[in-house]
Design a protein around this ligand. Sequence first.
Ligand code: ZN
Length: 270
Amino acid sequence: MTEPRKRLTSPSGKDIVLTAVRPNAGVAALYTKRLTKMVDGMHRAVLRSVRAIYEALPPELAQDESPAMALANEMRRLARKWLGRFEEEGPKQARRFAREAQRSTDASMAARLRDQGFSVQFKVTAEMNDAYQAVVAENVGLIRSIAEQHLQRVQGSVMRSVSTGRDLETLAKDIEKRYRLTRKRAGFIARDQNNKATAVITRVRQEGLGITHARWRHSRAGKQPRKSHLQADGEIYEVARGMFLDGKWIRPGEEPNCRCVSQSIIPGFE
Ligand SMILES: [Zn+2]
């Protein structure tokens, strides 16, 4: 079902600049909570298993397998198991997040329009479905990568520990450290994906409403703003193309850690 291209125009004849739609912090917080919960579960179970495997290792060489080999095999099994769990749970969480991001972006966009006297009812268009599927696919991959990267690093720590004399407490500390980094990464992914999803959904809605131009708004919330984005603040860009910054065409909120937003412009004449 394709939305009819009704083009919004300003009744006064003067351009209307809508308040920007910002990424919903509540959506990011919920997504962070769910991802970190998955990470917490994996970490606790993996650490428990590593301890058990370690303690069960024979002090000397086993008959047909060296302890290092046995350990490597156990670690591979453990990694496969947890990767499998993330692969199973990932699509559910990705879809849930994409739905929430879409709902909240739509609601915010509709509210901005209502503020200016426009009443719109957003529908699930083919373009919106494409955007939704793309958000889901990217997040499925990222969720999987959280487990994959974490398990790879833990496996590395275990093997290094074996080759340097098997000190379980040092190893446990290593794994804890890795866990804190993985948790941080999950939080970053949740926030960043929320910015990106908001950006892409906003763009699809702009196009659906026939909004061809928007104003780039730099957000001061970031700790290390990109100079180019700072300079783009207030500039008008074409919704279909974005703005040419740092060598490529991008839209606000699309680059990693970019919190820039888009102010839709409703033109004053056809
Ligand atoms: Zn930015």
